[in-house]
Design a protein around this ligand. Structure first.
Ligand code: FES
Length: 103
């Protein structure tokens, strides 16, 4: 089992302010979304062909990748086009205005 490490990746206000954002943590792209009032952190690259998920559309809990339109449930990671694919999600912790993710 590998140990997870927690990274402070930005301010809650920035995530709440608007569009999804892309951050880098631990050498990896992480996308942050507001989903039904909660911050959700996912792998920043689409599992289909590494599209930029932070540029996708969010409708409710459903994220649509901007490249080929695959859709993912941000609350579960499930891909609606292929149930063998799960979008990687990371635990988020909020402390004041700081957003932390564990990778
Ligand atoms: S890269 Fe996301 S659907 Fe193709």
């Amino acid at each position: 089992m590998t140990d997870k490490k927690e990274y402070c990746i930005g301010s809650l206000a920035a995530v709440e302010a608007g569009e999804a954002i892309l951050v880098e943590a631990g050498g990896q792209d992480v996308a942050l979304f507001m989903c039904r009032g909660k911050v959700v952190a996912t792998n920043g690259q689409c599992p289909h062909a590494e599209g930029p998920l932070h540029e996708g559309e969010v409708d409710g809990a459903i994220l649509t990748c901007p490249w080929h339109g695959w859709t993912f449930d941000l609350e579960t990671g499930e891909c609606q086009e292929d149930d063998s694919i799960i979008l990687e999600r990371y635990p988020v912790r909020i402390d004041g205005d700081d957003v932390f993710v564990s990778l």
